[in-house]
Ligand binder design. Structure first.
Ligand code: XMP
Length: 533
């Protein structure tokens, strides 16, 4: 199942991945639902999506390059308002009979622009303003019945339009923050030109999603693997609202979660939500399976496979109890879909998160999937979680690997090592949560420069000598890992103040039995990774 499609929808045809996502987010920020489609979608496919407006994104290609992405000309004949940026501007020009040429000088960065007063796209913005440019090619001849509406010193056709057909385009990028009036232009297009309403709000999203889940599930039973992470928790909260006791949340406690986490998850889903909650105490089974295993890949395999064994066992119990499960809910989010290229292939199966694909369902087991978050970006999922009443600490939880602390313990996992790591990690989180809160109070931003994005303790498989009081110790070091990042693709080590580092070190050594030393990992990603394993 996909998220509900609201009555008003803007389709962004994406000519270069990151551009399309940014535009879709800007549209959604203005409370209009927006979806991305690949740029080679046919006019029929676009029409079938029933958009109220179409936006053509920028892209890295040159329109005259051999393999340059094209647009189905029929898309521009659908009678649906169109707005194009950068590559989208040029593709409109060449498709409708204009011309694009190479200019002597490229134009990159801020550029002073002048627009004509009578263009509705620029309404409410100054006649002279700064816009963000990034191009070498430029429109040299506009299509018939188009008018030039803005120019810069270098770019003679910085914007053009055919008001009668409601086709507008700009060489610059209104979607980036460096175009100060970009948002105003987007809002002019959506609300004044297309006549849309800004009614895609959290309340309406919840209402629509709840209705869609109810319609799909009917009186059947849904099962959900709850990890305590943001995505599965938000799916659980949404399904709880939609179908209450028809939902069984299965929380497989493998004993590899952070300190107090299992108790927190149980408390939230038994006290805040009226669902059937099964806490599977699998700690001992996992401990046995992992005993003596040192290879990280083998640890991951054991943990993943056992998760499914535990999960299916609950499903079977429910079936034997006369409550067979038809649906499995999971927290696939929009970037998973975009990255898997599922839209292009049209294949729903390819959207199942890869770790699920690795473990085939056992003989005779089949679930239909419910993926209520499959059209939401991560920050929208968090906002949805807050609106559904999930506590802030859960909604803003940092990423945590599925195999949990097992991959932060180098070498074999033992109860003694788990204890050391849980206790040290709790101190790291407490101190750096407080550090982030202080930065938030100073800057007003949650993820400001130098705030930590992810932070945790790692336990390497070595011991070293120390001295505590009058006694020599031979104990374990704790590695502190704290990084600044936005998406985990790249990361830098956090430039933590010495007093914060000092407090973490002295607290760990004083409060965690078995640890006598703290080291700070100062390696960026790449060349390192964020996790150790
Ligand atoms: P690396 O270590 O590759 O991690 O730099 C990038 C991000 O992914 C998280 N991570 C995982 N998340 N299951 C997950 O759900 C996993 O197995 C896993 N391994 C790494 C990691 O915490 C970091 O944010």
């Amino acid at each position: 199942m996909s998220a509900t499609a609201p009555a008003q929808k803007v389709i962004v045809l994406d000519f270069g991945a990151q551009y399309g996502q940014l535009i879709a987010r800007r549209v959604r920020d203005l409370h209009v639902y927006s979806e991305i489609m690949p740029c080679d979608a046919t006019a029929e496919e676009v029409a079938a999506a029933q958009p109220s407006a179409i936006i053509l994104s920028g892209g890295p290609a040159s329109v005259y390059a051999e393999d340059a992405p094209r647009i189905d000309p029929g898309v521009l004949e659908l009678g649906i308002p169109v707005l194009g940026f950068c590559y989208g501007h040029q593709i409109i020009a060449v498709t409708l009979g204009g011309e694009v040429g190479h200019t002597d000088k490229g134009e990159y960065g801020p550029a002073p622009l002048t627009h004509h007063e009578n263009s509705r796209l620029f309404e409410g913005t100054p006649a002279s303003q700064t816009v963000w440019m990034s191009h070498r090619d430029a429109v040299t001849c506009i299509p018939p019945k188009f008018a030039i509406t803005a120019r810069t010193d270098i770019c003679g056709v910085a914007a053009m339009e055919c008001e009668a057909r409601k086709i507008y385009s700009t060489q610059f990028h209104p979607e980036v923050r460096h175009t100060p009036y970009g948002n105003q232009m987007l809002s002019n297009f959506l609300f004044n030109i297309c006549g849309l309403q800004p009614n895609w709000t959290m309340d309406s999203i919840i209402e629509d999603s709840v209705a869609a889940i109810r319609a799909q599930v009917g009186s059947s039973r849904v099962i959900l693997g709850l990890s305590g992470g943001v995505d599965s928790s938000v799916v659980a909260a949404l399904c709880a609202k939609a179908i209450g006791k028809q939902l069984t949340c299965v929380f497989v406690n493998h004993g590899l979660l952070r300190k107090n986490e299992p108790e927190e998850v149980e408390e939230i889903f038994t006290k805040l939500f009226d669902v059937d909650f099964v806490h599977v105490h699998a700690e001992e089974r996992y401990a046995k399976l992992l005993a003596g295993v040192t290879d990280p890949e083998q640890k991951r395999r054991i943990i993943g496979t056992q998760f499914w064994n535990e999960f299916f066992a609950v499903a079977q119990d429910l079936a034997e109890d006369g409550r067979p499960v038809q649906f499995m809910a999971q927290g696939t989010i929009y970037p998973d879909i975009i990255e898997s290229g599922a839209r292009k292939t049209g294949g729903k199966a390819s959207t199942i998160k890869s770790h699920h694909n690795l473990i085939p369902f056992p003989e005779g087991v089949h679930f239909d999937l419910i993926e209520p978050l499959d059209h939401f970006f991560k920050d929208e999922v968090r906002a949805l979680g807050s609106a559904l009443g999930l506590p802030e600490y859960l909604v803003h939880r940092q990423p945590f690997p599925g195999p949990g602390l097992a991959i932060r313990i180098i070498g074999d996992v033992t109860p003694e090592k788990l204890d050391i790591l849980k206790n040290a990690d709790a101190i790291v989180r407490e101190e750096l949560d407080a550090y982030n809160d202080r930065l938030f109070q100073e800057t007003g931003e949650r993820n400001s420069e130098h705030s930590c994005w992810q932070y945790f303790a790692v336990l390497p498989d070595i011991k070293s000598v120390g001295v505590m009081g009058d006694e020599r110790t031979y104990q374990r070091p704790i590695i502190l890992r704290a990084v600044e990042s936005t998406d985990a693709m790249t990361a830098d080590w956090a430039k933590l103040p010495y007093d914060v580092l000092g407090r973490i070190s002295s607290r760990i050594v004083a409060e965690v039995p078995g640890a006598n030393r703290v080291c700070y990992d100062i390696t960026p990603k790449p060349p390192a990774t964020i996790e150790w394993e």
